[in-house]
Ligand binder design. Sequence first.
Ligand code: ADP
Ligand code: ASP
Ligand code: MG
Length: 444
Amino acid sequence: MNSFNNGTIKTVKFGGSSLADAECLKKVATIIKADASRRYVVPSAPGKRFKEDEKVTDMLYALHRAAAEGGAAFEETYEKIYTRFDGIVKGLGIDFPLAEELEIIKKNLLAGYGSDYAASRGEYLNGKILAAYIGFAFVDPATAVAFKENGAFDAGKTDELLGKALAEHEYAVVPGFYGALPDGAIKTFSRGGSDVTGSLVAKAVNADIYENWTDVSGFLMADPRIVDSPKQIRTITYRELRELSYMGATVLHEDAIFPVRKIGIPINIRNTNIPEEPGTMIVAKAEVDAENLITGIAGRRGFSAIIIEKDMMNQEIGFGRRVLDVFEKFGISFEHLPSGIDTLSVVVESKSLEKVENIIEELYKATEADHIYVENEIALIAVVGRGMIQARGTAARVFAAISHAGVNVKMIDQGSSELNIIVGVKEEDFEKTIKAIYEIFDNE
Ligand code: ADP
Ligand code: ASP
Ligand code: MG
């Protein structure tokens, strides 16, 4: 029996791009073995080996669809998945019952198992293969990561089950991304959810650190697919990261912060391809670096604003409540609520507006507004920095940069924490705006 208190414990999560083929798995094994305190390992499913490649998770979703439709696509996709894993097993030179494992998955899918089950098999198989290769125990999260009957994650039960399961092993591999419902059916987190599992494992074993290994050298000030070689951030707070990951900095799943934040386990984002680099530390509190007023810029497309105009609405008690009641009735959560004296805008994800005509009708009824209209194709961009609160004029610089780039701002919202400024722009101006804001803060 192992107690979690003997020495340093590191939980290490490896993303799909770090586990895409046998060579990647070998690199990962070297990283794990280089430090005996790297005791609990959370792998993703094999990701892309090159830009046009397919992630195993996407192939598994396709396999599930093909099973439902019948026809030749099922065998074709099954073969592709078989070949991916066979390449890994052969490349590692291990004895692994791949044919038997995949046969069970095939049988279950043809018997009608759900898409979560299908998707989870990428992590499951990769976890079993990695455990066999490095000689660690395999702990199936189907027995330790719990979801409630309504599909919500069950934090209390998971803590207890995962803690107990891992206490039995000094070294273990726990696949990411999935757990199980009370009836045993597999349930996954949302895409990118292995980051969440890593955080849960770190909490359950009371790790000293949660290392999250990926394909970039830590958190970058902006998305490297938009800005050329953005500056690397050495330290960022949980709150800053939560804002940025929610707004589209996909390097870490936005929900991965909660489990470790409560007990103050730092997250260290590292690069599997350059393991000697220190990466980014995500911590509860950090000094303000006068040279880096802005910690990061991130954004997402796909928002709409419903704009409600009514003269003197500011004097009407209960106006806001009546508006929000309508959104509640349609089961829509809102992102921002910028308001003026005679206007109120409700910014929501466009995909939640399927019934937009009914919503507008209900809003007219509830508010007797003069005019209600919708603006689509809005992108939201968050400029985040713990230093903003102390530095006067940060907002002015953001807006100067945007106007200099010739972009029209649709919406502005400054969080009450003064940790962020959110601007809404037309989707077509999305990348241009991010580049312009980056440039103005890059030359400090
Ligand atoms: P993994 O497979 O390891 O889970 P992800 O693809 O989920 O990796 O996340 C890493 C990717 O996130 C990077 O390759 C990068 O393209 C993207 N990314 C977006 N925004 C940022 C950012 N601000 N800093 C670093 N990476 C970012
Ligand atoms: N494999 C899953 C996905 O592609 C989970 C993850 O990689 O974190 O979303
Ligand atoms: Mg990821």
